[in-house]
Design a protein around this ligand. Structure first.
Ligand code: SF4
Ligand code: SF4
Length: 489
């Protein structure tokens, strides 16, 4: 049965319509490419083949992290360059070609058609899954250190997705359960690309007259929007997976556009901001900033080591409490970051006379800039220090055996400040965050500006977030710079 969208006048206030950017579909070649039946099909076939290779190599290949495609492909190639970069640049396009998503979509063809339980649509499953996966990856289960465990992990992940795809409609696993839902939804708002209907404020007249709404419902040749969006009125990137179905099914072929826009802009004009996204921001700040700063090596403060030791000694004879220490620091991080954000959001809500929920969700988006810059710095460091392994693996597969050291650039770990351990890799972990701080403040201010009546009030409402984001950056930089002996000698 055709789905009926909300009435345009109710769902799209004119103020929410951002200025139109450059439509890349106006280029004939790009348009042909995007409307081609081979896109995204070709990419889906490639990712499925890679997925099969990951599982095969993980189960039957050499069980060495740097020589197996399961660990190299998943934890190095997949998570950083592919997923992170594609999301920052192209929104949730990864979800359109993700092999698990494709299997879920196939299972959906035979679905029993049940609706996913309403009580679980708030993203709590995805959030918990994200935290558990982070725990499982490193010391707790060490999945990222074992090719066979990595393969089994993704087999289990796929089985869960297929079963849910069979029982529930509309790619429910991808919308409510996958641990990447929240992080990808919020990072997709950064992207300089958006799929939107052509409009000059309000709904396009062609869409008002359109009876079939094929962009959402599909037609006899093209399927319905897999994430239940109504593209004619969509004003946010958080759900669209750029599957391109709506472009192909819309009878006008001109109303829907793919436009270039200012990156980060959607964070302070967020359309339908959700609690899932806000909690994902909390989780990402806890993992990428708090835990990376205080949870590894020499940087772990003695107080956390002592707590882990005391708690661990109660239940076991072993002196190795690294797994417990990891979980403990991350859990404390989740509590501290969510508590600090709640306090800042409460103060902003009081100043701007907003509801606490609105304040918490909307202002949390400002911290995405910190996470994104930190993650990109880490990704570049990873590429420069590890891609030799991938090239060794690739040349070995084709029988050429051309050896490259892991680090493709010399001196990445050679200190460049005398008497310290601060090296180019360390700079990639610390400098980007400093660059992100002014952007975080700008987003916090613009967010406040959209929710308050004047610049002075907006400045006051954003101030708690200026302070909190600066505090997070100082804590992070301090931990790293002490660790590198740049300060505190
Ligand atoms: S985008 Fe196309 S299919 Fe969708 S409502 Fe508008 S005219 Fe109809
Ligand atoms: S059908 Fe259109 S709006 Fe829906 S996910 Fe695909 S590209 Fe996005």
């Amino acid at each position: 049965m055709a789905r009926v969208p909300a009435r345009p006048s109710e769902a799209l206030p004119a103020a929410a319509v951002p200025p139109a950017g450059l439509n890349i579909l106006s280029n004939r070649l790009v348009r042909r490419l995007f409307l081609s039946r081979y896109l995204p099909l070709t990419l889906q076939v490639i990712t499925i083949l890679l997925f099969i290779w990951v599982v095969y190599d993980g189960l039957f290949g050499i069980q060495a992290v740097g020589d197996n495609f399961a660990t190299l492909g998943v934890w190095f190639l997949f998570f950083w360059p592919v997923v992170l970069l594609s999301t920052i640049l192209l929104g949730k396009a990864w979800c359109g070609v993700c092999p698990v998503g494709v299997f879920t979509g196939l299972a959906n063809r035979f679905t029993l058609g049940r609706s996913f339980p309403k009580a679980l649509r708030n993203g709590v499953l995805s959030f918990l899954f994200f935290v558990v996966v982070v725990w499982m990856m490193r010391p707790v289960l060490g999945i990222s250190e074992s090719p066979s465990a990595t393969a089994w992990f993704f087999v289990a992940w796929t089985v869960v997705a297929v079963v849910l795809g069979y029982v529930y409609s509309s790619r429910s696993f991808c919308q409510y359960v996958c641990p990447l839902v929240g992080p990808l939804s919020i990072l997709a708002r950064i992207a300089p690309l958006e799929l939107r209907a052509k409009t000059s404020g309000g709904v396009n007249p062609a869409c008002l007259k359109c009876r079939g709404k094929e962009c959402m419902n599909g037609n006899e040749k093209v399927g319905a929007c897999p994430v239940d969006e109504y593209p004619a009125m969509m004003e946010g990137n958080q759900r669209c997976i750029f599957c391109l179905k709506c472009l192909k099914s819309c009878p006008t072929k001109t109303v829907l556009q793919i436009r270039l826009r200012w990156p980060f802009r959607e964070l302070f004009r967020a359309w339908r901001p959700s609690g899932v996204e806000a909690w994902s921001v909390v989780a990402m700040v806890s993992v990428f900033l708090w835990h990376m700063a205080l949870g590894h090596g020499d940087r772990v403060p003695p107080v956390f080591q002592n707590w882990a030791h005391s708690i661990g000694s109660l239940g076991s004879e072993s002196s190795d409490h690294s797994g417990l220490q990891y979980v403990l620091i991350l859990s404390i991080g989740l509590l501290v970051i969510s508590g600090a954000l709640a306090v800042a959001a409460y103060a902003s809500a009081k100043i701007a006379q907003l509801s606490f929920r609105r304040s918490f969700v909307n202002f949390s988006f400002a911290y995405v800039a910190l996470v994104a810059f930190r993650a990109v710095g880490y990704m570049v460091g990873d590429i420069l220090t590890k891609s030799g392994d991938l090239s060794n693996y690739a040349t070995a597969v084709i029988g050429m055996y051309v050896y490259q050291p892991s680090a493709v650039v010399d001196g990445m770990f050679k200190p460049f400040l005398q008497g310290t351990g601060y090296h180019p890799y360390g700079a990639l972990l610390t400098v980007p965050l400093l660059a992100a701080l002014p952007l975080t403040w700008f987003i916090a201010y613009k967010t406040a500006r959209h929710m308050t009546s004047g610049p002075a009030k907006a400045l006051a409402a954003a101030t708690p977030h200026f302070l909190l984001s600066a505090g997070i950056v100082v804590l992070y930089e301090w931990a790293y710079l002490v660790g590198y002996r740049v300060i505190g000698q």
